[in-house]
Design a protein around this ligand. Structure first.
Ligand code: HEM
Length: 378
């Protein structure tokens, strides 16, 4: 009898132990597939903790949705940035300043959706000169803002409005460089582009000189443009996807007019003839007009951040010379075709490239400063 009892107890214990093992195995598989590491290795540049973009694109004017959840333990990336840097840093530790700023961006976007192209360009022009350090925001006759390529950059008012909120709620804590990044990330999502987790922890730069502004010109060859991007550690594919931001916004005639008229050296005989005729109306020869054309000539999508820009350049309907050349040059044409045919690939690659662009040569730790006013060094 005793022997039977002991055997039953041993059997029950064995069953319990086996079922526990089964449960923990199941948990660990689930944990692995949800971990930032898994996604990071597959999609995040330089293995950063990275949540993949939402690939089913939201409608461009969708109501605000809460930002995707932050990882429970924010991890610092190789650039020194991390998702959720500002958590607990405001005087009222429960204030989520990033969420407050994000709500304001959503409100501003609903009033004026052209803040999307404005901020995208501002972010690019900031990051490519001295890194993403808000050096473009500094006022002055010889600051970056005053350099030729920056004269038509817009969106400074958006950053100032957000900085006012940050200073009121959380003085001296939130950098202007992070405000640009947070706002750009949010308008990308609202404008139909990918959703991704924005990293923060940038500090503001102390140098802003117009002579340092050496941005790529729209009439560079593809090879020249590849070298400029490669100097900032971007691959040709990343360059192509970032130029896909020309899926929104406008260009002034001066940057493409020469492609329209057959007595100029830049005349483009391959341009779609219907488009050429339309653009000739917009940009009459030598009229020095201040007129503009959409960079994405698909009228259904000129204000939506999607892959239709790539489809347009395949159809010889690009506006800037560099945009059109991407579809013709063998170094980039295969990427263009891929992105033109696959919106979720476009979203995934754009999200990764934006995380990388927004981490370019950033100042972190004790470098730089947190400006009190974005247009002035303290
Ligand atoms: C070879 C690289 C690039 C060149 C030569 C270039 C050149 C230009 C030019 C000439 C314009 C028209 C500006 C105007 O007429 O006011 C423009 C507009 C724009 N660019 Fe680029 N760009 C480049 C890369 C990028 C990148 C990487 C981004 C974003 C990440 C970007 C975002 C934009 C946007 C959104 C606009 C429209 C701005 C607006 O509507 O105000 N560009 N670009």
């Amino acid at each position: 009898m005793k022997l039977i009892q002991v055997t039953s107890i041993v059997v029950i214990m064995l069953i319990l132990a086996l079922s526990h093992l089964g449960q923990s195995h199941a948990r660990s598989e689930k944990g692995e597939s949800n971990s930032g590491r898994g996604y990071g290795a597959a999609q995040g540049p330089k293995g950063r903790g990275f949540v993949p973009p939402i690939t089913s694109s939201p409608p461009p004017l969708s109501p605000p949705s809460p930002p995707p959840p932050s990882p429970s333990t924010p991890t610092t990336t190789t650039s020194g940035l991390k998702v959720g840097f500002y958590e607990g840093l405001c005087p009222n530790k429960l204030d989520d300043i990033q969420a407050i700023l994000t709500l304001k961006v959503q409100e501003l976007f609903r009033k004026n959706s052209t803040i999307l192209p404005a901020l995208l360009r501002l972010q690019f022009h900031d990051c490519f000169v001295h890194g993403c350090d808000a050096s473009i925001l500094i006022d002055g006759p010889s600051s970056e803002k005053a350099a030729g390529p920056n004269l038509s950059v817009r969106g400074y008012d958006v950053i100032d409005a957000l900085k006012d909120i940050a200073e009121a709620q959380c003085p001296g804590v939130v950098s202007c460089a992070d405000i640009i990044a947070i706002a750009t990330k949010e308008v990308i999502k609202m404008g139909g582009g990918p959703d991704y987790q924005v990293e923060t922890g940038r500090r503001d730069g102390l140098v802003s000189k117009s002579e340092d502004v050496n941005l790529p010109s729209p009439s560079l060859t593809v090879s020249q443009s590849i070298s400029e991007f490669s100097a900032k550690k971007f691959t040709p594919e990343e360059m192509v996807i970032l130029l896909g931001c020309h899926s929104v916004g406008i260009s002034h005639c001066q940057f493409f007019e020469a492609r329209l008229y057959n007595d100029t050296t830049q005349f483009d005989p391959l341009m779609d003839p219907t488009l050429r005729n339309q653009l000739k109306q917009t940009c009459p020869k030598n009229a020095n007009s201040n007129n503009v054309a959409f960079l994405d000539q698909n009228p259904q999508s000129s204000n939506i951040l999607d892959n239709s820009f790539f489809d347009q350049i395949v159809k010889q309907r690009g506006i800037l010379p560099i945009d059109q050349d991407l579809a013709r040059d063998p170094q980039t044409s295969a990427f263009v075709l891929q992105f033109a045919g696959d919106r979720s690939l476009f979203n995934n690659k754009l999200a990764s490239a934006m995380v990388k662009l927004q981490a370019l040569d950033v100042l972190t730790g004790s470098k730089g400063q947190i400006r009190k006013t974005c247009s002035r060094i303290n």
